[in-house]
Design a protein around this ligand. Structure first.
Ligand code: TQI
Ligand code: ZN
Ligand code: ZN
Length: 169
């Protein structure tokens, strides 16, 4: 079953049009931006929310960046596997990914070790759930279930994810 963060934080009513931006230093490819765009779409399809990419990082509601190791928020990344990414609950909107993972973009390995390949879109859909206010789910099929195996692709929201997000929005 789905869960929320303590005190149930959510993006306020009347603020359904959220913007997102990428850390300018990251210089991401169109393929990577496409992955995030599709991940946001999964959630906009089942909520009144819309997500639009903007170039103004400082003004965006949701701020996405790839970092390695200590990146200044007290939650350092740890290299290959372990922590893959983290996202903060509303109204913080920060979504950080570990730049040292062997990310898979549209089925293509970006890293050196296919043994530890992680599908970027699967992680993005999960972390966006956190950005919007969902905690973890006990339902194994759910996007918000707290485990994913290397080499797995899981991008379709389960009923449990939809019920959770529709209770919030
Ligand atoms: N990052 C954890 C996660 O996003 C961070 C975390 C731990 C967390 N406990 C939390 C976030 C409680 C919010 C609330 O779950 S992770 C997965 C999954 C991670 C894990 O790098 O371990 C995914 C990132 F679910 F597959 F295990 C993405 Cl999809
Ligand atoms: Zn961080
Ligand atoms: Zn999680």
């Amino acid at each position: 079953h789905y869960s929320f963060f303590p005190d149930r934080p959510r993006w306020p009513r009347g603020r359904n049009q959220l913007t997102y931006a990428f850390q300018p230093e990251n210089q991401l490819s169109d393929a990577v931006r496409g992955v995030f765009s599709r991940a946001f779409e999964r959630w906009s399809e089942v909520t009144p929310l819309t997500f639009t990419e903007t170039t103004s990082f400082s003004r965006a509601d949701l701020r996405i960046g790839f970092f390695s190791g200590d990146h200044g928020d007290g939650e350092p990344f740890d290299g290959v596997l372990g922590t893959l990414a983290h996202a903060f609950a509303p109204p913080v909107g920060r979504f950080h990914l570990d730049g040292e993972e062997n990310w898979v973009i549209d089925g293509d390995f970006m890293g050196s070790s296919p043994m530890s390949a992680i599908d970027l879109e699967s992680v993005a859909v999960h972390e966006i759930g956190h950005l919007l206010g969902l905690g973890h789910s006990s339902v194994e099929d759910a996007i918000m279930y707290p485990t994913i195996s290397s080499g797995t692709r899981k991008v379709e929201l389960a009923n449990d994810d939809v019920m959770g997000i529709q209770e919030l929005y």
